[in-house]
Ligand binder design. Sequence first.
Ligand SMILES: [Zn+2]
Length: 51
Amino acid sequence: MAERFITYFQCTVCKERNYYFSSNRKKEVKLELNKYCKKCKKHTLHKLVKA
Ligand SMILES: [Zn+2]
């Protein structure tokens, strides 16, 4: 059985966790994406974070 990781994209402006998803990959991925933040009400830079 592979380990499961919960990861999410966190807004770098307000630190709100906006996009959750689960991943069973062990490989570490560092991603920064421009995504819509409901708290900032605009597109901001989001960082991929492992929970
Ligand atoms: Zn935000």
